[in-house]
Design a protein around this ligand. Structure first.
Ligand code: DX5
Ligand code: ZN
Length: 219
């Protein structure tokens, strides 16, 4: 069974608490917090996302799934430690080498946060292979990071299959999360290919009925 991580990136500030409450009622598994620094990607959502994550942690026990689209990874990890997120994902493109990645992974683990890494569509999948044994999850970007509401890049659906096959061959038990442009039509194939956590933002947020849309993504 797949788990659903709802991106709150495009939740409007007005009525945000009510939206968070309705998402909780719809039985999402995680709140996905899209932190953008204005450097790694154009947009800067750092203030809005910190504010949302704080609000969510006050009203809900649903775990936080923090996605850092940030160049200064350590600084943004520090921004979230007090909120005790379940997991934090940083980008392979944001670190200079394997050593730096492992240092950040250890830092997260010392703080009892699951260490996860994301990969952009244009980065060779093989680049992440040597770091896999240290990771709890890989986030496969299915769109270019930076914006919600984009269309999925179809080639990324196959990428999930390749990654899952590699993990199985190496007996690596790692979560595979997909993020960007996921809806009730492509979610089945993504899950069949090995994704076990599905991020969805606009598909859920723009739907009439959160309970129905979350149920559709899970089935
Ligand atoms: C993109 C973000 C995603 C995305 C999800 O940079 O990481 O989390 O906005 O939203 P939808 O489902 O609307 O693509
Ligand atoms: Zn994201």
């Amino acid at each position: 069974m797949v788990e659903i991580s709802c991106s709150v990136l495009d939740v409007e500030e007005e009525n945000s608490v009510k939206t968070f409450y309705n998402l909780e009622t719809a039985k999402i598994d995680y709140f996905h917090i899209d932190v953008m620094d204005g450097k790694f990607v154009k947009k800067n959502t750092s203030k809005k996302m910190r504010d949302y994550a704080l609000k969510i942690s006050h009203i809900s026990n649903i775990p936080l799934d923090v996605h850092l689209m940030c160049s200064d990874v350590r600084k943004y990890i520090d921004d979230y430690i007090d909120l005790k997120p379940d997991r934090i994902t940083f980008h392979i493109e944001a670190v200079s080498d394997k050593e730096e990645a492992i240092e950040l992974i250890k830092y997260l683990q010392q703080n009892e946060i699951k260490a996860c890494m994301a990969i952009k569509p244009g980065t060779e999948l093989e680049n992440i292979y040597e770091i896999l044994p240290y990771l709890h999850m890989v986030l496969v970007m299915t769109v270019e990071p930076g914006l919600g509401g984009q269309k999925i890049i179809p080639e990324m659906i196959d990428r999930v299959k390749v990654l899952k096959k590699y993990c199985d061959e190496k007996s690596l038990d790692i979560d595979i999360e997909v993020d960007g442009g996921v809806n009730d039509i492509n979610s089945t194939e993504l899950a069949n290919n090995g994704a076990n956590i599905i991020v969805s933002g606009n598909y859920i947020i723009n739907s009439e009925n959160y309970n129905e849309s979350v149920k559709k993504l899970k089935s």
